[in-house]
Design a protein around this ligand. Structure first.
Ligand code: UFG
Length: 335
């Protein structure tokens, strides 16, 4: 029996913390498309009310234990997907308190509520930022973890907390280490919309819509074929389908562990910008700048574990189609 069949028979519900954010909203959409009941808990500090569609939105902070208790009491929650986190690497360096309080402290509040209500299945948003500067490429899950910024450290700390909670309390989890999330839903109704945009693809596209005059390329002297950094851009809908697969795996008794989510393919900053130009049919004005502190030269995932454990593989396999979906969103977005 499929997980979604079991859900509809048992009238159970998935709680999605941070479900109004970028990756959260695409996952909520995917769950709803599978016919699963979804309750989103989001304080809307980064997320957008418009994104949650047919799901129920509870506007609350995951650090609010009483609000969480009310949600767990009212709904039969059988698993949680936890996206609620601040994710600006630079801000995490200048204001680490904000990151440790929210990404770690509030996660403890959420985990405590799960345990109080005997909810023992969790899919957690982790990051390739937990690896720090890679010592080998592609990066598999056994690669050493030495995060180089507080954001990565918060994700690493929660991974360790989950391992201990699994041993002590029987909390079963899958922590998904995302590489570079990109793209938008193909219907153009939801996509990337950050309070402060720092990511390469949306910034490059905003030069074409006229919202930005140019894009800075941070470093052209890396030890890579064209001198710019290489990243593994994975479509946000592929991330969403991996969360559905992780819920199914947990329901089927999968081992608690951390799993990379990437395509296994790298694209350089120059390649991304060139592809934006091809997709949009316009030049992207570029200014070459110094390296951005903390940027590893290459981050590319080994994704074999996701393929075997989650029985998942990315459907958006070229950077061109990923950028085309982001461009479709960028032209029509209304939030
Ligand atoms: N870049 C530019 N110019 C820009 C923005 C980015 O040249 O204006 C470059 C960066 O230097 C980097 C690449 O484009 O080489 C991608 O940068 P992004 O900011 O889009 O993404 P990051 O790789 O820095 O960050 C992503 C996630 C983070 C996560 C990190 C782990 O967004 O949440 O990977 O390394 F922490």
């Amino acid at each position: 029996m499929m997980f979604s069949d079991r859900i509809s028979v048992m009238k159970e519900t998935i709680l999605v913390a941070g479900g109004a954010g970028y990756i959260g909203s695409h996952t909520v959409r995917a769950l709803c498309e599978e016919g699963i009941n979804v309750v989103v808990v989001d304080n809307l500090s980064e997320g957008h009310r418009e994104t949650v569609g047919g799901a129920l939105l509870v506007e609350a902070d995951i650090n609010d234990a009483a609000a969480l208790d009310a949600v767990f009491a009212e709904h039969t929650i059988n698993a949680v997907i936890h996206f609620s986190a601040y994710a600006y690497v630079g801000e995490s360096v200048s204001n680490p308190q904000k990151y440790y309080h929210n990404n770690v402290g509030a996660t403890l509040t959420l985990l405590a509520a799960m345990l109080r209500h005997n909810v023992k299945q969790l899919v957690f948003s982790s990051s390739c930022a937990t690896y720090g500067n890679p010592v080998r490429i592609p990066i598999d899950e056994s690669h050493p973890q030495n995060p180089v910024n507080p954001y990565g450290t918060t994700k690493f700390m929660v991974e360790r907390i989950l391992a201990d909670y699994h041993s002590a309390y029987g909390l079963n989890y899958i922590a998904l280490r995302y590489f570079n999330a990109a793209g938008a839903h193909p219907d153009g109704s939801i996509g990337e919309s950050h309070r402060i945009e720092t990511h390469l693809i949306p910034l490059a596209l905003k030069t074409i819509t006229g919202e930005r005059a140019y894009i800075e390329v941070f470093g052209t002297d890396y030890d890579t074929p064209d001198g710019t950094c290489i990243r593994d851009y994975i479509h946000v809908c592929d991330l969403a389908s991996a969360h559905c697969a992780a819920l199914r795996a947990l329901a089927d008794g999968a081992e608690s562990r951390c799993i990379n989510l990437g395509t296994g393919q790298g694209a350089s900053v120059r390649e991304v910008i060139h592809t934006c130009e091809e997709v949009c049919g316009k030049k992207v004005p570029v200014v070459f700048s110094a390296r951005r502190p903390g940027d590893p030269p290459v981050l590319v995932a080994a994704n074999n574990l996701a393929k075997t454990v989650l029985k998942w593989s990315p459907r958006w396999t070229t950077i061109r189609e990923i950028i085309a979906s982001a461009w479709n969103w960028e032209q029509h977005r209304n939030f």
